[in-house]
Design a protein around this ligand. Structure first.
Ligand SMILES: Nc1ncnc2c1ncn2[C@@H]1O[C@H](COP(=O)(O)OS(=O)(=O)O)[C@@H](OP(=O)(O)O)[C@H]1O
Length: 824
């Protein structure tokens, strides 16, 4: 038996013993041009000896993280691997290293490992690392915590002859099915555009194997698991990569074998006469469903059913034959699940709320009238319009009229690349990623398939469609009604896809109702719940389905980031008086602040844009003073508009902290009322039941003043010249200077001389706009002077970060604020 297995595997996978590896490595190292006297090279060789040690069987964590160590993220092998990791939602860290790397990379702390597998760009890189301790500790931690190693070399480094199998096949081939034909390089050999279904059924599929390229797996059973890939990843059947990762991570990094599949047929009843279903096609559809249940979904608890998305308005709008197919579909309605695709197939973003309501109600009544089993909590929007970019009224009306809880789209965050498509939850509706499968509304015939049918086959036989099933645990495939008429390309696609999957992999297929599917999805991918909004303006697909009333001009071009209590309201107020600048409308909860990137983020971008004017000659801007110190905001802004500019104001962080405390006191915050400033700084009421809340309050009070911490984060997301730093102390004395620099910074077409516009208010103790109402009573409060103890406490507290800030400002060519100079 073992001999048979070995015979099968030899052409594909060759394994040599760890002793052989040791010999190879030591001999190669000794022969290297650096010479045998090079201590670090010898050390690297000795490390391979260590791989032979039995791995520690004690505790290791279940952190399914991958560590990728490479010289560049751009190399083809690494890029390919990263793509697969992203597609499979494996968590990974990428660390760039050079042979001269000397800083230690910790794979674990004293008790638990951070990683389950380490990917090395190449054996060569591993061997060339000069620093003995680096390699030594890496290998020791791998042994101790059962962390496998994978080397992604793509240039063959071993002669095929010298490799032999030395691992139990069952330990390795979890996802890939090993049979006589299983070769890892697959490509279509025929380019004929006349390729028909029968050819696939009758003969061997058009596959070509290159036996010269090999994957070499090396392991001695007792030592560390490690795999040396000896082949270009792009040429390998991707299921093998899942096996490599699962094997080398000791089973910890895996997406398992179960794949849940849903197939949606959109546009039911929609379609030009001549392209629609005929009665025969309806029978073929039902027959195919039985075929799938028999051969593909045979282990599924729930029977597979196609999901039919209907638009009632188009019912019976074909020729005589096609209309009888429409009637037949309704007669056979219980063979399928049905979902709302809106009455007329209009784009929801192009309708007002009452038109949309009508669309949803009419289709609802159609379903009732014809007894369609459409109570699936699932719906799909025509053209994906309104799902992403989100239309709040679509979500609200869907929930109200159809009790929708699940939908799907291929547009979040973008149609391409497919491997980064994700799900999210908006207004309690779960949005799942949808997959394309090579056929669209316009691809209905074999002969006219773009670049020939061989192109479609390559996507099925190891290509993108195959990979979609492989790397996504849950797949919702999008097809259209016309794909099931005409040449029935959809049946061709799924028949071949599943045949290939069954032949080459051990995957198990099941079907679940949409609601269950969605719950499972977000259980697997909890970090996908919260969406990150992107700009429709950089995606032509999004522009086509977005509301025509929205304009990219409405996005702000400037954000005053804060921090709180530095004079941000005054800057906002003065800027708003400028004829070229326009601030947002006041919001219900936060007055002049939008707070969009924090508490209002769930409202989506349409809500945000509605706060601004769409006049292209204006510079829209907003200020929300707590953006500065919140770690979520830079990422969110970056995803939405990367070219925006920012104003940040700094004052002495001691004054800022005390002003904030007094602000909270004025707002009757119970902690501020109950405890003195010094007690809070010192966390002195240690025994009090409020301790946690005081600690939190203290953090909110002090953290924004650690300017360096936040500023350096912002500069990791945006370029230096996107920031203007304003000295808040100088702003207090000579506000017109700061206002002038903002105008220059924004290249304002009109220059406003603020000197004549501002007047000092002795009552407020700062400048106000002439002939306008000055800022309200919440600005310029009077409160007791800061006590000496608190001053000293804060001076010490901020000493280090102020010094770091000064260095940072110097390095990045920002001018030094006057308040900072006194600390240097
Ligand atoms: N024109 C002008 N110039 C300089 N400083 C001014 C100006 N107007 C207001 N202020 C002072 O700014 C403090 C309020 O800051 P913010 O507007 O950023 O506060 S907030 O975060 O929006 O609540 C607030 O500080 P406190 O006096 O400590 O409350 C104001 O005094």
């Amino acid at each position: 038996m073992i001999r048979i297995i070995i015979k099968f595997i030899r052409p594909i996978l060759l394994i040599i013993t760890i002793t052989a590896i040791f010999l190879i490595f030591t001999s190669e190292t000794n022969n290297s041009s650096i010479g045998t006297n090079n201590p670090s090279k010898n050390a690297a060789a000795n490390i391979f000896q260590e791989l032979n040690q039995p791995v520690h069987t004690g505790n290791y964590s279940n952190q399914n993280r991958i560590l990728i160590l490479a010289t560049s993220r751009k190399s083809q092998q690494i890029a390919q691997f990263v793509k697969i990791a992203q597609w499979s939602r494996f968590k990974f860290n990428f660390v760039r290293i050079q042979p001269s790397v000397d800083k230690r990379i910790n794979l674990a702390n004293a008790h638990t490992s951070f990683y389950s597998v380490v990917i090395f760009e190449s054996v060569e890189l591993f061997k060339s690392i000069e620093h003995k301790q680096f390699v030594h500790s890496l290998v020791q931690e791998c042994l101790k915590f059962k962390i496998g190693l994978v080397f992604l070399d793509h240039r063959p480094i071993y002669d095929v002859q010298e490799c032999k199998l030395n691992v139990k096949v069952t330990d390795f081939f979890k996802t890939t099915k090993l049979n006589a034909q299983a070769n890892f390089l697959l490509q279509p050999s025929t380019q004929t555009s006349e390729f028909r279904e029968e050819e696939v059924e009758n003969g061997e599929p058009v596959l070509l194997c290159d036996r010269h390229k090999q994957v070499i797996l090396k392991n001695n059973g007792a030592g560390l698991r490690f795999v040396i890939m000896n082949i270009k990843l792009e040429n390998v059947l991707c299921s093998l990569i899942l096996d490599v990762i699962e094997y080398s991570s000791y089973g910890r990094v895996t997406i398992g074998l179960e794949r849940v599949i849903q197939i949606d047929i959109d546009d039911v009843f929609v379609g030009a006469s001549g392209l629609r279903l005929r009665p025969d096609d309806v029978h073929a559809l039902i027959q195919f469903q039985s075929y799938l249940n028999r051969y593909v979904f045979n282990a599924s608890v729930e029977k597979f059913k196609f999901n039919l998305g209907f638009s009632g308005f188009h019912y019976l709008s074909g020729n005589k034959d096609e209309n009888s197919a429409d009637q037949l579909l309704l007669e056979k309605r219980n063979h399928f699940n049905w979902f709302d695709h809106t009455w007329s197939h209009f784009k929801p973003q192009h309708l007002n709320s009452s038109q949309l309501k009508e669309q949803l109600y009419f289709n609802f009544f159609f379903a009732q009238e014809h007894g369609l089993p459409a109570n699936t909590f699932y719906a799909v929007s025509p053209h994906h319009s309104g799902v992403y970019p989100v239309s709040n009224s679509l979500y609200e009306l869907w929930a109200r009229i159809w009790m929708i809880k699940v939908t799907s789209t291929e547009e979040y965050p973008h149609l391409r690349p497919a491997h980064l498509r994700r799900g999210f939850v908006h207004k309690k509706i779960m949005v799942l990623p949808r997959q394309t499968c090579g056929i669209f509304t316009h691809t209905n015939f074999f002969t006219t398939y773009p670049k020939g049918i061989a192109n479609l086959l390559s996507k099925l036989y190891g290509g993108e469609i195959f990979q979609s099933v492989l790397f996504n645990r849950i797949n919702i495939f999008m097809t259209h009604m016309t794909n099931y008429g005409n040449d029935r390309l959809a049946l061709f696609v799924f028949k071949n896809l599943f045949k290939f999957l069954i032949k080459r992999t051990n995957l198990k297929f099941s079907f679940k109702p949409a609601l269950q599917l969605a719950i499972d999805y977000f259980n697997f991918h909890k970090d996908e719940v919260q969406p990150t909004w992107t700009s429709p303006c950089i995606d032509r697909h999004h522009m086509a389905i977005w509301s025509p009333n929205k304009t990219c001009q409405s996005f702000p071009k400037l954000i005053i980031l804060g921090p709180q209590k530095t004079g941000t309201t005054a800057v906002h107020h003065f800027l708003d008086a400028h004829p070229s600048f326009a601030s947002n409308r006041n919001t219900q909860h936060h007055f002049e602040e939008t707070q969009f990137f924090l508490t209002e983020y769930h409202n989506g971008i349409d809500w945000y844009l509605d706060l601004f004017q769409s006049n292209s000659s204006l510079i829209n801007f907003e200020k929300s003073a707590n953006y500065f110190s919140d770690a979520r905001v830079p990422h969110r802004i970056r995803k939405l508009f990367s070219n925006i500019k920012f104003v940040i104001i700094t004052i002495d962080p001691i004054d800022r902290a005390y002003s904030w405390y007094n602000h909270m006191k004025a707002h009757k915050d119970s902690i501020a009322l109950q405890y003195t400033f010094y007690e809070i700084l010192n966390l002195s009421p240690l025994n009090g039941s409020h301790w946690r809340r005081i600690e939190k309050f203290r953090h909110r009070c002090l953290d924004p003043g650690i300017y360096i911490k936040h500023l350096s984060r912002w500069l990791r997301f945006f370029a230096r010249d996107q920031f203007l730093l304003i000295d808040g102390e100088e702003f207090k004395q000579r506000p017109h200077l700061a206002m002038n620099s903002i105008q220059l910074f924004m290249n304002s077409s009109r220059f406003f001389d603020y000197k004549n516009l501002l007047v000092y208010s002795a009552k407020k103790r700062f400048f106000c706009l002439k002939n306008r109402r000055c800022l309200g009573p919440s600005k310029g409060r009077t409160y007791a002077r800061l006590d000496q103890r608190s001053y000293i406490y804060l001076r010490d507290f901020y000493q280090k970060s102020n010094a770091q800030l000064a260095n940072f400002l110097n390095k990045n060519l920002f001018s030094m604020p006057s308040w900072l100079e006194k600390y240097l």
